[in-house]
Design a protein around this ligand. Sequence first.
Ligand code: IMP
Length: 438
Amino acid sequence: MPAVVIVGAQWGDEGKGKATDLISSRIDVVVKFNGGNNAGHTVVVGDEKYALHLLPSGILTPGVTPVIGNGVVVDLGVLFNELTALSARGVDVSRLLVSANAHVITKYHVTMDRVTERFLGKRQIGTTGRGIGPTYADKINRVGIRIQDLFDESILRQKVEAALEVKNHLLVKIYNRRAITVDEVVEELLSYTDRLRPMVADTALVLHEALQDGRTVLFEAGQATMLDVDHGTYPFVTSSSATSGGAATGSGVAPNRIDRVIGIAKAYVTRVGAGPFPTELLDPDGAEPEGPGARLRRIGFEFGTTTGRPRRTGWYDALVTRYASRINGITDLVLTKLDVLSGLERIPVCVAYEVDGQRVEEIPVNQTDFHHARPIYEEFPGWSEDISGAREFDDLPPNARSYVEALEAMSGTRISAVGVGADRDAIVVRHDLLPDAG
Ligand code: IMP
């Protein structure tokens, strides 16, 4: 009855889709439990490249039941666009289940996201502008719209009315935008109900029964530990629980049912949007030859899947992974994109920070300290070989193995697999990621 959670151990875009892919043939059910269409998994299957924003990447595996859990916020326009696009490419999407308790992103949430970001000016978060934060805010404020509300028109209308009352004041009087009418919102939402109806389920019960029947359930986190609303670099975070605890609250499966937590960490670090990032490489403008930050961006193709924004890049930060291991209870790490480092003579790794003249070895609890933290690096010798063909750990050059082993020792968690290239099978597996069934 294995229940396995996959989480990002840094600031997102660690390549979670690749780890999912590795075990997907042994998975029966895949659950998305947080976030919405702010995510972006790129999955390469054969010659086809799929960029998914809302649907869990497990939807590409034949026979798997994909589930959108109660912790997710759903933009129904995006949901049906993704489903239509996948169907057109021959992917069977008929098994998808959506929690009746998941919240719905409406057009006023998207508008609020964009206008509030603009209003924040210099202090903006750099959100994806998909309405994620305002939808979670309404959920916590108890004025949200849930999937189940779409099946009772009079309830839906009352709830939209209640939600818009205050928002229209803000939109018109503060943000200088036009008011949004109840009718336009209700009409749009009702246009989805017929297609949505067969997918809606008590997904917590479905998952419970799947585990009772001995099936394997994978919980796929959106975003990552350092973007978690509680444990990340608040306020520069997303608005949901992106850590393993979120798998329980966002799905209705109890924490003691979870058998394994797989953390995904890139062999370097990237971040999209604003907020502290101690190991960030800030190349001087127009650096010639290209600076190390731009090199990581170019070779690692570090541009947002959802927004296309160039990602901020930096060296591996061992404190971040150690923190993520602790917060999530990570049992296995998957180190991705090791190949991007090939060709570097020396590879710096952040082993501690200097904060106001003091050496610190854990993420500072105080945000101001984290903003001031300066990385202390240890350098490791690089390798020049192309490693994309490696399939066994011993196929890697000695310096690449030493780099992986050093990161493993620093994070205190075993590195069970190492990504060595973009292809689906470009991965070195050291330990099986799934616990024995039963
Ligand atoms: P939001 O999730 O749109 O509210 O954006 C909040 C922060 O999370 C911003 O800094 C985004 O760039 C970041 N973010 C959201 N989703 C992802 C993701 O899938 N990968 C990386 N960063 C993300």
